[in-house]
Design a protein around this ligand. Structure first.
Ligand code: OXD
Ligand code: MN
Length: 600
C-alpha cells in the first residue's frame, strides 16, 4: 500500500481548480510544476465534496483501505513503507547562510547548495503524479499568532492528513487572496528511499523542502517543520515562542479556569495528559484539551503569556491507547480517523498492542503480513499513529478555537526518567525554571528513528525541533522575563520513575490529576511546599489521596526521593551538554548549575 504513483483520475468539474488571486503563490506553483513535471495540478479547497473525492481516489489507488464502517466509521488504514515509520533526525537540516545560526544540535547545510541538491532530485520527480496545492492556516483565523502556509505535495495521504491537522482550504485562501506572506513547503515522496530522504528548513526564506519520506512528522509540513522549526526561528524574530507543548485547561468545581502548558518529548504522553479524566475523588473538576503537541505563545496585552494551539487535529501514538490510559482518545479515534501502521483484523477493524480486550487470534500486522499472538515482533508498529480531528475529542476546550488564546499560569517540563527526577517539583523562579527546561533529560522513544531507551538531553523537549542555536534559544527564554509581567510558574514532572526492580512507581494517566491539582493550587497561592536542593516539593499531605490510599507514605517518599549522588551525576551530564553547546549558553544557566551543586 506504499504510495508511489498517485495520479488523479477525472476530478469532477469544479474540483481542484480553485485558483488564488495571490500572484506570488501562482508563480511559485508554476515554477514548482515546471521543476517536478506532474501530470496535473490540483488546487485543494478543503470542501467536503473534495474530501469525499480524494478519499475515493486514495482507495482506488491503494493508498489507504477503508475500515469496517460498523467497527470504525469514516476511518482508514494506511501502511507505510517499512523503511519510513518515524522522524529522521539525521536527515533533517536547518539551512541558514551562517552555520553558527543553526547551532551544534542541528544538522546544517548551506542553503544554495542544499536547494541545488534538492531541486536536482525533484527534477521531473512528479511525472505521472498529481501535484496537490494545499493552502492552510496554523492557528484559529484572526489570531495574532496565526500563520499561513502552502504545501505542494505529490502524496494523497499528505492531503488527507493535512486536512485534519490544519485549517485547510477556504480560510487560508481568504488570507492568501489578501496577498500576505506565506510559508512555502514543497514535498515529494520521490521513491521513498532513505538514501534520498531530506527534511530541509530554510528559515531565512520561510521555506521547507521535504523529499523521500511519507511519514507524518517529516511531511505534514505545518506540524514539526513550520509550527516548530521555522516557528521557533520566526518567533524569536517576531517576539513569540513556538514550543513542543500540550495546552490544557483545569476547571475547578467553582468554575475557576487555570491554563497549563507542558513540554514532554515525543511519545511521552502529551496526548494522554492533555485530555486526562480526573479520578472520582476530584468530583466537579474538569480537564479540557486546547492542544496535544504544539503551543505558540506570546506576551499578551494583560501582562500574561498567551497561548494558542496552531493545529486542528491530533497525530498521536496509537499503541497503549485504551480505556484506562486515555478514555477520551478511545472515543475520539473510534471514527473519522486515519490510522497509520496499526494491525487490521479479519472483521476490518484495527488492532494494536495495549488496545482494550484480548489480542485477535489472527490479524494482518503493520507490514501487511499475517500475525498471531506469539508471532515475532509487534502487530502494530510502536510508532503507529492516528490522525483525528480535534472536534472528535470529548474533552475539547472551546478555547481551542479562540483566536485570542489563553493565559498560561504554569509550564511543566517532563522527561521519561527511570531514576533521579521526582514526580513533581517547582522551580525557585523563572531563571531556575528555564534551567530545569534547558537541562531536561529523557529516554529516547520510537517517535524518532534510532536507539530507544537511552537518556539524552532534550531541552524543553525541543532538541529535534529548535530551528536555531540552542544557546540563543535559552537566552530567548530567559529574556521572556522582561516581556511578561505575570510569569507562569515552572515545574518539573516525571511520570516514569521506576523501582530498582523496574516497576513504575507512579500509576500515572488519570492519577496525574493529583499532581496537577497541587500545581494549580501553587499557581493560586493555595498550596504549601518544602524547600529542597532542587526546588520546591509538595509534602505528602499537600495531595488528595482519596481513592489511591494504597499509595503509601513510603511510596511517596520513593517517587519524590532526591538522591544527592544521582543529582551530582546529573549535574555532570548537564555540564557535558552545555559544553557541547559552546559559549552561547547563557552564564545565568551555568550559574544555576553551580548553585544546584552548592545546594546539594
Ligand atoms: C510527534 C513527535 O509526532 O513529536 O508529535 O514526533
Ligand atoms: Mn510531538
Amino acid at each position: 500500500m506504499n504510495e508511489t504513483a498517485a495520479s488523479l483520475h477525472n476530478p469532477p468539474a469544479g474540483l481542484g481548480r480553485r485558483l488564488p488571486k495571490n500572484a506570488a503563490l501562482r508563480a511559485w506553483v508554476e515554477e514548482s510544476a515546471e521543476l517536478c513535471r506532474p501530470e496535473s495540478v490540483f488546487w485543494c479547497d478543503g470542501s467536503e465534496e473534495e474530501n469525499a473525492f480524494l478519499q475515493g481516489q486514495a482507495l482506488a489507488l491503494g493508498v489507504m483501505t477503508k475500515l469496517n464502517p460498523e467497527k470504525a466509521p469514516g476511518s482508514f488504514i494506511h501502511r507505510s513503507n517499512p523503511n519510513d515509520v518515524a522522524r529522521v533526525e539525521q536527515s533533517t537540516f536547518i539551512c541558514t547562510r551562517e552555520r553558527d545560526a543553526a547551532g551544534p544540535t542541528n544538522n546544517w547545510a548551506e542553503p544554495r547548495e542544499m536547494y541545488a541538491r534538492l531541486y536536482g532530485m525533484l527534477k521531473g520527480a512528479m511525472q505521472g503524479r498529481t501535484l496537490f496545492v494545499i493552502p492552510y492556516l496554523m492557528g484559529p483565523p484572526g489570531s495574532p499568532l496565526m500563520k499561513v502556509g502552502v504545501e505542494l505535495t505529490d502524496s494523497l495521504y499528505v492531503v488527507l492528513n493535512m486536512r485534519i491537522m490544519s485549517r485547510m482550504g477556504a480560510a487560508a485562501y481568504d488570507q492568501l487572496d489578501g496577498g500576505g506572506e506565506f510559508n512555502r513547503g514543497l514535498h515529494s515522496l520521490l521513491d521513498v528511499n532513505p538514501e534520498r530522504r531530506f527534511i530541509c528548513h530554510f528559515p531565512e526564506d520561510n521555506a521547507i523542502v521535504s523529499v523521500g519520506s511519507g511519514y507524518g512528522g517529516n511531511v505534514l509540513l505545518g506540524k514539526k517543520c513550520l509550527a516548530l522549526r521555522i516557528g521557533s526561528y520566526l518567533g524569536r524574530r517576531e517576539n513569540w515562542m513556538a514550543e513542543h507543548m500540550l495546552l490544557l485547561c483545569v476547571e475547578s468545581p467553582e468554575g475557576e479556569k487555570t491554563y497549563v502548558a507542558a513540554a514532554f518529548p515525543s511519545a511521552c504522553g502529551k496526548t494522554n495528559f492533555s485530555m486526562l479524566i480526573p479520578p472520582p475523588a476530584f468530583e466537579g473538576w474538569k480537564v479540557r484539551t486546547i492542544g496535544d503537541d504544539i503551543a505558540w505563545m506570546k506576551p499578551g496585552p494583560d501582562g500574561r503569556l498567551c497561548a494558542i494551539n496552531p493545529e486542528a487535529g491530533y497525530f498521536g501514538v496509537v499503541p497503549g491507547t485504551n480505556s484506562q490510559s486515555n478514555p477520551n482518545a478511545v472515543k475520539m479515534i473510534s471514527r473519522d480517523t486515519i490510522y497509520t501502521n496499526v494491525a487490521t483484523t479479519e472483521e476490518g477493524d484495527v488492532w494494536w498492542e495495549g488496545k482494550d480486550g484480548p489480542a485477535p487470534a489472527h490479524c494482518i500486522d503493520w507490514r501487511g503480513q499475517p500475525w498471531r499472538p506469539g508471532s515475532p515482533g509487534a502487530a502494530a508498529h510502536p510508532n503507529s499513529r492516528f490522525t483525528t480531528p480535534m472536534a472528535n475529542n470529548p474533552a475539547l476546550a472551546p478555547e481551542a478555537d479562540d483566536p485570542r488564546g489563553v493565559p498560561i499560569s504554569a509550564i511543566l517540563f517532563g522527561g521519561r526518567r527511570a531514576t533521579t527526577a521526582p514526580l513533581v517539583y517547582q522551580s525557585f523562579n523563572w531563571s531556575h525554571g528555564v534551567y530545569i527546561g534547558a537541562t531536561m533529560g529523557s529516554e529516547t522513544t520510537a517517535a524518532a528513528a534510532g536507539a530507544v531507551g537511552q537518556v539524552r538531553r532534550d531541552p524543553m523537549a525541543m532538541l529535534p525541533f529548535c530551528g536555531y542555536h540552542m544557546g540563543d534559544y535559552f537566552s530567548y527564554w530567559l529574556g521572556m522575563r522582561k516581556q511578561v509581567a505575570d510569569l507562569p510558574l515552572i515545574f518539573g514532572v516525571n511520570w516514569f520513575r521506576k523501582s530498582p526492580e523496574g516497576a513504575f512507581l507512579w500509576p500515572g494517566f488519570g492519577e496525574n490529576m493529583r499532581v496537577l491539582k497541587w500545581i494549580v493550587d501553587r499557581c493560586h497561592g493555595r498550596a504549601p511546599a518544602r524547600e529542597t536542593a532542587i526546588g520546591w516539593l509538595p509534602r505528602r499531605e499537600d495531595f488528595i489521596w482519596r481513592g489511591l490510599e494504597q499509595f503509601t507514605a513510603e511510596d511517596f517518599e520513593q517517587v519524590q526521593r532526591i538522591d544527592p549522588l544521582e543529582w551530582r551525576a546529573e549535574a555532570d551530564s548537564q555540564a557535558e551538554f552545555f559544553a557541547k553547546l559552546g559559549d552561547r549558553v547563557p552564564n545565568e544557566l551555568l550559574l544555576q548549575r553551580e548553585l544546584l551543586i552548592a545546594r546539594l
